[in-house]
Design a protein around this ligand. Structure first.
Ligand code: BEZ
Length: 321
């Protein structure tokens, strides 16, 4: 955050001590729902602050990968970020509970779980545990598998190099299916699939369509096997320096920006899958039976590791069915 207050200390004549130039980062490309919502947030904050505040949006990992952006948030070198709950769970394992296979029945159910008090309560731990303020959740739809091999049975995945988001709960799930999980940040995925470094990728419908991953695959398997939450984050150090009014204004607008992503995915996910189908690529459906053993193995590991959040999120999921 560059504050006018800092400049004013040198210039003496300045009176508007509250204005600031903020920065927000994310991994996703400019056409992505998260980035578009961040652009809207920037406009809304400029307007709500009467032009006092500005936000520059840095999409496409311009500020580094998610681990690096989280470090920047912690040091106060970055003001805001829209990050995957996966990355956050690398620092706060309770968020691993969201990756329970088939926690959500469908995309609308996933949205309802993310808006539940049980999910929202998990954000309270972030200032203490990670040094960031979590204002609310968004998501990137449910997870699917894009594969260079046909997938009829879980055995077809055996030994395949499957690109996953770098996070333990997803790694555990793909290990339990006998694959060779290959953790890789989003910007590296296209080339890895195109040049055969991986045989399959774990991905969402929006990016399968918009980044045309399907062009390098034999099959797009719609499995909806996991949620993929995102969190709107404010640096704890930056937060400490904000006035009460700015805290309220920024956190409300950022929370609304990430929350509207939930509605976007609910409205658009099916359409993106139809677009992929329309290209003639094989789109299949995998039901839960395909994943039963891996899901059971995941449950055994993670229920021991983070029992309370898993029980809480399952209770929310049950109530919201
Ligand atoms: C991924 O790692 O697959 C991912 C990251 C950010 C947004 C969407 C997907």
């Amino acid at each position: 955050m560059k504050t006018l207050a800092g400049a004013c200390a040198l210039m003496w004549t300045c009176t508007a001590a509250q204005s600031a130039e903020f920065r927000i980062g994310m991994l996703t490309p400019p056409s992505h729902v998260w980035t578009q919502s961040a652009n809207q947030f920037a406009e809304e904050l400029a307007e709500a602050s009467g032009g006092e505040h500005s936000v520059t949006v840095f999409p496409g990992a311009q500020l580094g990968n998610e681990a690096q952006m989280l470090q920047l948030l912690q040091s106060g070198a970055l003001d805001f970020a829209i990050l995957t709950a996966a990355e956050v769970s690398n620092r706060a394992p309770t968020f691993g509970a969201f990756f329970a296979p088939f926690l959500a029945d469908d995309i609308a159910h996933a949205g309802a779980i993310l808006r539940s008090p049980e999910a929202v309560a998990l954000l309270d731990t972030l200032p203490q545990e990670v040094g960031v303020v979590g204002v609310g959740y968004g998501m990137a739809g449910l997870r699917q598998i894009v594969s260079t091999q046909e997938l009829d049975d879980v055995g077809d995945l055996s030994g395949l190099k499957v690109r996953i988001t770098p996070v333990e709960p997803i790694l555990d799930f793909y290990s339990a299916m006998g694959t060779a999980p290959t953790p890789m940040p989003l910007p590296a995925v296209f080339d890895a699939l195109a040049n055969g470094q991986v045989d399959a990728i774990d991905m969402d419908a929006e990016l399968i369509w918009k980044l045309r991953y399907f062009e390098h695959a034999e099959t797009v398997a719609i499995s909806d096997h996991m949620m993929f939450p995102m969190i709107g984050l404010i640096s704890g150090r930056v937060w400490a320096g904000l006035s009460e009014d700015d805290r309220a204004m920024i956190s409300e607008l950022l929370a609304a920006a990430v929350d509207r992503c939930i509605d976007e995915y609910i409205a658009q996910e099916e359409g993106w899958i139809d677009e992929v189908r329309g290209t003639g690529v094989t789109v299949t459906t995998l039901d839960r039976d395909f994943f039963t053993e891996a899901a059971d193995a995941w449950d055994a590991t993670w229920t021991a590791r983070v029992p309370e959040p898993i029980a809480d999120l399952r209770a929310a999921a049950e109530r919201l069915r």
